[in-house]
Design a protein around this ligand. Structure first.
Ligand code: ZN
Length: 271
């Protein structure tokens, strides 16, 4: 039997699938970044997620069944960064491959002496230029880290056939100079902080993986923009400002308002 999303994809079934409000709420609960959306934005996100599902193809890794709930959760996450940009931003690829947990990618490299090194990389996600997004389905996410958001951010960075270099195509009203200055300064500062922290056996508040390259910095800071916007704005206000212009969203004031609300209401469970 087809699942309801597959039925929807079938040409003979034109009706939009009915997803109950309870089901939406249950799926949205595991995505804390959605707390920073206004009700009308959440409604828009749901519509965009359904349109996303209609044009993307999901494949499970070996022996792994991708459920409708997983598809919907991935679609909601994927559409958050493009909420005010539009689905066209994902127009140059179709496939999403989902693995259970981390997956192993065989690597082959030649060193300067021409010696071949073969090894396995354990990854949680991968985004191919013009090709599919590969994700691991994690039952629990670490707060502030979101593998799905990370990979979809790479996809935006790689738009128009560019490699993931931390410079996505900017909107006409944005300044490339301002973007580059903000990101270069923040990346250098972050690399320094990560080196210091590692030297002292400490941890940085933002995911140290962002120090790997400008492309990873863009993806990791994009995760932070949506998941922990106040933290990003506090550390790198210029990067936050460029993201505000690029993503056309401003989640930090919402996070601040929410934390004020929960501080004012002692009965609320703040987790
Ligand atoms: Zn990455």
């Amino acid at each position: 039997m087809f699942s309801f999303l597959q039925r929807w994809r079938h040409p003979s079934a034109q009706a939009t699938p009915e997803i109950s409000p309870e089901r939406w709420l249950r799926l949205e609960e595991r995505l804390p970044a959605l707390d920073f959306l206004m009700p009308e934005e959440l409604e828009k996100l749901r519509g965009l997620a359904l349109a996303f599902l209609a044009e993307k193809e999901f494949t499970g890794g070996p022996d792994f069944q991708v459920t409708d709930d997983m598809r919907l959760t991935i679609a909601l996450t994927a559409c958050l960064p493009i909420l005010n940009l539009g689905l066209d931003w994902y127009g140059d690829w179709v496939g999403i491959i989902v693995y259970p947990g981390d997956f192993v990618v065989p690597r082959r490299t030649f060193d300067a002496a021409g010696v071949l090194h073969e090894y396995d990389d354990v990854l949680a996600g991968q985004a191919w230029q013009g090709g599919p997004v590969v994700l691991s389905w994690l039952e629990e996410e670490t707060p502030g880290v979101n593998v799905m958001l990370h990979e979809f951010a790479h996809k935006l960075d790689m738009r128009e056939g560019e490699e993931a270099n931390g410079l996505p195509p900017l909107h006409p009203d944005m300044s490339r100079h301002a973007w580059t200055a903000a990101f270069r300064h923040a990346f250098e500062d972050f690399r320094r902080r990560v080196r210091h922290a590692e030297f002292r056996g400490l941890e940085t508040e933002l995911d140290p993986y962002g120090a790997e390259s400008p492309g990873e910095f863009f993806a990791v800071m994009s995760e932070a923009f949506f998941e922990t916007p106040l933290l990003l704005r506090e550390h790198y206000p210029d990067v936050y400002e460029q993201f505000r212009l690029f993503y056309r969203q401003d989640p930090a004031p919402r996070e601040a308002a929410l934390s004020l609300e929960s501080a004012a209401d002692p009965t609320q469970n703040t987790l």
